[in-house]
Design a protein around this ligand. Structure first.
Ligand code: DC
Length: 226
């Protein structure tokens, strides 16, 4: 097993990146960093402080150092803390989910989070999931995976999860949202979602969570990382 290694896990929304990353991290006792949670943390801070209008403005640069983002382990989970307060639930709210794609477009925010993401990996083996991990954050990652699945399958999975949590929404609405998010992620000017040339594409449309996990384990073995 290599002493320290970095796995970059990018891909479309609702492909199960986060669950996969959690399982890999737990199995091999490495750190999991959910980079989307950092963008959500910034969105929450700006929203709470009434400063969302600063997006795209130079003035935002003065605000960013006031945003302290940390992951704190709680049993098997890793929770996002924003300025010393747990923010895990709030960052997943509908309101923040709606704001975050605009936050992710801001150049100053992306620069600010770039350093933070790299700092997390210093001296650690890490699996980091996001959109630009293999292309921008860690172009030298030891293994790059690009996870994808058809929009219909992703919408079906998401729809099922939402119905289970009591959210009443039609399949068509969920599918429209998946398509909108794909468009926003891939058409963003800075660091758009795209497969790195040396990333391995894994389409899990027809794979279960366990099968997807096993595919990644195989890749880690092939690379001599585990
Ligand atoms: O994965 P997620 O839905 O929690 O991501 C939240 C938002 O942040 C989403 O709009 C995509 C964006 N994001 C990004 O631009 N770059 C990353 N590395 C991770 C997330």
């Amino acid at each position: 097993m290599k002493e320290h290694f970095i796995i970059a896990l990018d891909g479309h929304s609702s492909t199960g990146k986060s669950s996969l990353a959690k399982k890999i991290a737990k199995t091999f006792s490495i750190l999991h960093i959910d980079s989307g949670a950092l963008y959500r943390g910034v969105a929450l801070y700006l929203y709470k402080m009434g400063q969302i209008q600063l997006l795209g403005e130079e003035k935002l640069k003065d605000v960013l150092p006031k945003i302290k983002l940390e992951f704190v382990r709680n049993g098997n989970q890793s929770l996002l803390y924003l300025n010393d307060e747990v923010a895990e639930k709030e960052i997943r709210s509908l309101q923040i989910s709606q704001l975050v794609s605009n936050v992710a477009k801001d150049e100053n925010i992306r620069d600010y989070l770039l350093d933070i993401q790299r700092e997390f990996a210093k001296g650690n083996s890490v699996i980091m999931d996001g959109r630009d991990i293999g292309t921008v954050v860690f172009p030298q990652a030891d293994l790059k995976i690009f996870l994808t699945a058809s929009a219909e399958i992703r919408a079906e999975r998401r729809h099922k999860e939402m119905l289970e949590t009591g959210e009443e929404v039609s399949f068509q609405e969920v599918l429209d949202n998946v398509n909108q998010r794909d468009y926003a992620d891939t058409h963003r000017e800075i660091s758009p979602l795209k497969k790195a040339d040396d990333a391995i594409e894994l389409d899990n449309s027809l794979l279960s969570e366990e099968q997807t996990f096993q595919e990644v384990v195989k890749l880690l073995q092939q690379k001599g990382l585990i």
